[in-house]
Design a protein around this ligand. Structure first.
Ligand SMILES: Cc1cc2nc3c(=O)[nH]c(=O)nc-3n(C[C@H](O)[C@H](O)[C@H](O)COP(=O)(O)OP(=O)(O)OC[C@H]3O[C@@H](n4cnc5c(N)ncnc54)[C@H](O)[C@@H]3O)c2cc1C
Length: 381
């Protein structure tokens, strides 16, 4: 695919920003498990927090291609930063853009675009992960409000966010036909952040619970139609899979690029380890997979930018499956190429491995991606 001049400029700008402003903090926020607020302030100044939001609502415009460009370049240096950025821009703001009324967009988007408020999305519960439609968080209609009770778990930006797109059941007997999407903001009575989780990776991207105890949410905060929240949810899944694939691509590149440099410098038996055929083969396989993911991602992103996210379940599941498995395998290979240094914190590859582990789990596990792909195969072949 050919990128436009604006998209090429965006990539150059974000790549420079990530190299100069994001990379220097990556090890520190990982070790201290700290959310990098200062980076988000800088991203706000660059207009990156308003990506995908139309200019009339204070955003910078752009769509799925631009979101994937930013995700890839941020993830090349710090997946934590790109994960929190993705929850704000893609999981939260983009879905309000797609499904909100003009009045709702006017009310919510300018604060998200400017970074005055940080966004997130909450669908997962302790007993409703892959089977998300089994959610139990209840929203009871009461006059002009819906009263929410329940707990969401594993929510990216949960402990630091201000505004969340939350899914709850308005008709528990109807499962998928009884779910509604709401915007819930920090400060609503009965809404609090529960436990913050300690994790293997993504240390700079806080993950936590959201707790609702008789939390009144105004009817005007319903996104889409009551009982038809699944449409809102599904409208975001295919684009989420591409944005997370772009994160995986950035991370897989990081493993490859660092391994190429290290293997040229590291000498054993009197020569650079890159001269050993077995190391060369590893690098070649890592590079081939990066190229494959790149081709899949950009052809899907271009198609989605032209045709919209619907009807791309097969393609986005294939891309997410391959991209996430590549990021994990490349991180494993990188730690092998670095030898003992791949296991210690002086070099970033041990972080790449920890950060890659979630990629085959979050945004739909590999097993669920295979289920979607095999179901679609039944229709196609
Ligand atoms: C760091 C992090 C950030 C996250 N961010 C968010 C967020 O911002 N918002 C949000 O809503 N959620 C978020 N999640 C939740 C994430 O999307 C879920 O963890 C994921 O969907 C898997 O659900 P689960 O953990 O309950 O696993 P389960 O669904 O319990 O799966 C356990 C295992 O069973 C397998 N399995 C389940 N069903 C099937 C099946 N039908 N066929 C075959 N195998 C199956 C799975 O593939 C997996 O291997 C986050 C999670 C983490 C860890």
């Amino acid at each position: 695919m050919e990128f436009t001049k604006e998209q090429i400029l965006l990539r150059e700008t974000v790549a420079r920003f990530a190299r100069e402003q994001v990379a220097p903090l990556a090890a520190e926020i990982d070790q201290k498990e700290r959310f990098p607020r200062e980076t988000f302030a800088k991203m706000s100044a660059l207009g990156l927090l308003g990506l995908g939001i139309p200019e009339e609502y204070g955003g910078s415009g752009g769509g799925i291609v631009e979101s994937c460009i930013v995700a890839e370049e941020l993830a090349r240096h710090c997946v934590s930063t790109s994960a929190s950025w993705g929850a704000h821009v893609d999981l939260c703001a983009a879905n309000i853009c797609r499904n909100g009324t003009p009045e709702q967009k006017q009310r919510f988007l300018p604060d998200l675009a400017s970074g005055r408020k940080l966004g997130g999305m909450a669908m997962t519960e302790s007993e409703a992960g892959s089977d998300v439609l089994a959610m139990k968080t209840r929203a009871m209609e009461k006059g002009d409000f819906f009263v929410l009770n329940g707990t969401k778990t594993f929510i990216t930006n949960g402990p630091v966010g201000d505004l969340f797109l939350v899914y709850a059941t308005t008709d528990p007997k109807s499962r998928g036909k009884g779910i509604t999407a709401f915007v819930v903001e920090k400060g609503f009575p009965g809404f609090s952040c529960g436990k913050e989780f300690e994790k293997l990776g993504w240390h700079g991207s806080p993950t936590g619970e959201l707790v609702f105890e008789d939390c009144p949410v105004p009817r005007k905060n319903v996104i889409g139609t009551v009982n038809q929240g699944v449409k809102v949810l599904l409208s975001g899944l295919n684009s989420e899979r591409l944005v997370i694939s772009a994160n995986c691509l950035g991370l897989a590149r990081a493993s490859l690029e660092d391994s190429v440099k290290y293997s040229r410098e590291r000498k054993q038996f009197g020569k650079a380890i890159s001269e050993f055929q077995m190391i060369g083969e590893k690098l070649a396989r890592m590079a081939a997979k990066v190229e494959a993911v790149r081709c899949m991602l950009w052809s899907q992103a271009l198609r989605m930018s032209q045709e919209g996210p619907a009807a791309m379940a097969f393609e986005t599941a294939c891309t997410k499956l391959l991209a996430s498995e590549t990021s994990l395998q490349n991180a494993l290979d990188a730690t092998q190429i670095f030898g003992g240094y791949g296991y210690i914190r002086e070099f970033p590859v041990e972080r790449y491995l920890r950060d890659a582990r979630i990629m085959t789990i979050g945004a739909g596990t590999s097993e669920i991606m295979c289920q979607i792909i095999s179901r679609e195969l039944g229709k196609r072949i």
